[in-house]
Design a protein around this ligand. Structure first.
Ligand code: ASP
Ligand code: MG
Length: 403
């Protein structure tokens, strides 16, 4: 008999009616004669509310107590789901992370699941029961509750699928799959039927928020295929996989864009070894995330210009850190707050020449000015002025036949 892991996100269990609906979905699998386990997030808004409460208690709230606090939302949603399934006549019960246990390693609020003991679950499944398991939380070697990062229930489901050796792992959420680009901003966006882990990782880390990036990494490492589906509409979703079976020969799979980026240029810095390190050291010490970086080749061998991007929220702090930095001298500092990164993503570009040219040409025809370029094996990103993002996505979506 096949084993299926279902994961429900916060919006899918966001109200009593929605929880009842989720139980109908779980029941539909049970009727297909499969072993089904469900993992749930907290009802939407609950985790945020708990985070806020911790801040009101102390601006330096204890890290271990923080995890104990914010993981309570999952306990409630799981009990409600199991309770409803019992009401419907099924055998079901909830399991908290520590009851299995789901073992984690690493710091509070950023722990990783190292092992899940599935003995009890297997017994229960065999007897026809439906286990409902808390996402997001685990327990460490000191038997204290831990959490695995915001939106971590995705990773909980993937690790459970691994340890229980499930044939399927289905992530139920509020969108019906992964789209070629943000469907709310661009109406020609199409649902992607199949996407490779690596492409999904790029899409996720570049701002398409369907799945938590670490969970996609876990899926890739453990070769777990993931289906992303909507719990609200009955439609086929997106398969995230590493297998190249039945993939189309699409070159570009998706286009993503970021919001709230800022660009900083330091003009006329001394061109000598160690200068880039001295610029970025204080930024890293202050946990400012630097994204794209370009340095010009200096014409006279003495001075160069350095441009990099950060999140707009960090702009004030970054400006201050550069101005305070006694280790560097420069002629001018300039800032641009309203920039965004637009990226085309696809494993097909590894084997197809000319993609870079096609991207730049398409943007040029629409008079979209490119500020910074960066590439990886499966991604080309350009920084453009935020007002041009929509135009850029539209023309690239057409150029790479995603419409
Ligand atoms: N409830 C947790 C959060 O909001 C975990 C999750 O939703 O996956 O981050
Ligand atoms: Mg969530």
């Amino acid at each position: 008999m096949k084993t299926v892991v279902l994961k429900f996100g916060g919006t899918s269990v966001g109200s009593i009616d929605r929880i009842k609906n989720v139980c109908k979905i779980i029941a539909s699998y049970k009727k297909k004669n499969v072993k089904v386990l469900a993992i749930s997030s907290a009802m939407s808004g609950v985790t945020n509310d708990l985070v806020n409460k911790s801040k009101l208690i102390s601006n330096n709230f204890d890290k271990a107590e923080y995890d104990t606090l914010v993981s309570t939302g999952e306990q409630a949603s799981c009990a409600l789901i199991a309770g409803r399934l019992k009401h419907m006549g099924f055998r079901s019960r909830s399991w908290m992370s520590w009851q299995l246990p789901i073992l984690t390693e690493g710091p509070y609020s950023g722990a990783r699941i190292s092992k899940i003991v599935v003995k009890e679950l297997n017994k229960y499944l065999k007897s026809g029961g439906i286990p409902i398991i808390t996402g997001f939380q685990g327990v460490n070697s000191e038997l204290r509750l831990t959490t695995i990062g915001r939106s971590g229930s995705d990773a909980s489901a993937i690790m459970l699928a691994k340890f229980i050796k499930a044939e399927e792992c289905i992530i139920y959420t509020d969108v019906d799959g992964v789209y070629t680009t943000d469907p709310r901003q661009y109406k020609n966006a199409k649902k992607i039927k199949k996407i490779f882990y690596d492409e999904m990782l790029e899409m996720a880390s570049l701002g398409s928020k369907v799945m938590q990036p670490t969970s996609v990494q876990d899926a890739k490492l453990n070769k777990i295929d993931i289906q992303v589906k909507s719990s609200f509409v009955k439609k086929s979703g997106t398969l995230i996989t590493g297998s190249s079976k039945a993939f189309s020969n699409q070159i570009i799979t998706g286009i993503s864009s970021t919001k709230n980026d800022a660009k900083i240029t330091i003009v006329g810095v001394k061109d000598r070894p160690g200068i880039a390190a001295s610029i970025f050291k204080p930024l890293s010490q202050n946990l400012i995330n630097v994204d794209m970086v370009i340095q010009n080749i200096s014409l006279n061998g003495k001075e160069t210009d350095l441009t990099f991007t950060i999140k707009s929220d960090d702009l004030k702090k970054t400006e201050k850190l550069i101005k305070q930095n006694k280790k560097i001298s420069y002629k001018k500092l300039s800032f641009d707050k309203d920039v965004s990164k637009v990226s085309i993503i696809g494993v097909g570009m590894i084997t197809t020449p000319g993609i870079t040219y096609r991207m730049f040409q398409a943007l040029a025809l629409k008079k979209v000015n490119i500020l910074v370029i960066s590439t990886s094996e499966i991604k080309i990103s350009v920084l453009v002025s935020t007002k041009n993002v929509k135009k850029a996505i539209t023309v690239l979506h057409k150029e790479f036949k995603l419409d």
